[in-house]
Write a protein that binds this ligand. Structure first.
Ligand SMILES: C[S@@+](CC[C@H](N)C(=O)[O-])C[C@H]1O[C@@H](n2cnc3c(N)ncnc32)[C@H](O)[C@@H]1O
Ligand SMILES: Nc1nc2[nH]cc(C(=O)O)c2c(=O)[nH]1
Ligand code: SF4
Ligand SMILES: [Mg+2]
Length: 213
């Protein structure tokens, strides 16, 4: 049984695939936070900007088979539009639910499969684009992939801890604080770090700038 909070067609807002048309599948639930505000301060991940609780979002629901969920997601891609169909599995934490059967079902429908993960859980075979975004002191199970996208700053996860890992791209993404009720957006500190450490590139959450989903 797959539990999906929401699914929508948009442009990837972050990282090296920014601007690419994508079907997003946001799975419900996370292993680093319950999603309840009263638990935020004591969670392993404290700065989450996302509601991933339940299955009542747009195009959300419970799906009993990989085939049924794949059909539901493929239906969000515009017909006869050209380009390679692209699905981004996110959450919550997608690696609590994503399995080889669902990846295969998306491949059979012609999709490339991307994942946005906190990196604390092992990944199934067959992912085409793996983005790992480390969280605080949480240990990484995934130490290789396509991009490492670190939300900055995190006192318990300084960038230096990750540069030796086997990723093709290293991004710093300023911590957005809207969900946290603070005025500061950490953009200046992120710009400074990228300017003084050219290994790292800036990732902006462009969907928040443009107002797209
Ligand atoms: C909501 S998470 C879901 C996927 C997975 N659980 C993870 O943490 O990577 C999607 C992306 O948003 C990033 N993110 C979450 N909260 C953020 C915030 N307040 N500011 C900037 N990026 C944030 C995460 O680091 C991750 O790269
Ligand atoms: N447009 C857009 N791009 C995104 N990239 C990562 C997202 C996520 O929440 O995982 C996200 C999202 O929610 N919307
Ligand atoms: S690990 Fe990802 S989904 Fe979970 S609380 Fe942190 S940012 Fe949100
Ligand atoms: Mg998001």
């Amino acid at each position: 049984m797959y539990q999906v909070k929401e699914a929508f067609y948009t442009l990837q807002g972050e990282g090296a695939q920014t601007g690419r048309a994508s079907v997003f599948c946001r799975f419900a639930g996370c292993n680093l936070w319950s999603g309840r505000e009263q638990d935020r301060a004591s969670a392993a991940c404290t700065f989450c900007d996302t509601d991933f609780v339940g299955t009542q979002g747009q195009n959300g629901g419970r799906f009993t088979t990989a085939a049924a969920l794949a059909k539901h997601l493929a239906a969000q891609w515009p017909e006869a539009s050209g380009g390679t169909p692209y699905v981004v599995f996110t959450g919550g934490e997608p690696l609590l639910q994503l399995d080889e059967a669902l990846i295969e079902a998306m491949h059979e429908r012609g999709f490339e499969v991307a994942v946005e993960t906190n990196g604390t859980l092992p990944a199934p075979e067959g992912i085409d684009w793996l983005c790992v975004s480390p969280k605080g002191a949480s240990a990484l199970a995934l130490t290789a992939g396509d991009e490492l996208k670190l939300v900055y700053p995190q006192p318990e996860a300084p960038p230096e801890r990750f540069t030796q890992l086997a990723f093709r791209h290293f991004f710093l993404q300023p911590m957005g604080t809207e969900a946290l009720g603070s005025g500061s957006d950490h953009l200046g500190a992120t710009l400074d770090y990228c300017l003084t450490h050219p290994r790292w590139r800036l990732s902006l959450q462009t969907h928040k700038i443009t107002g797209i989903d």
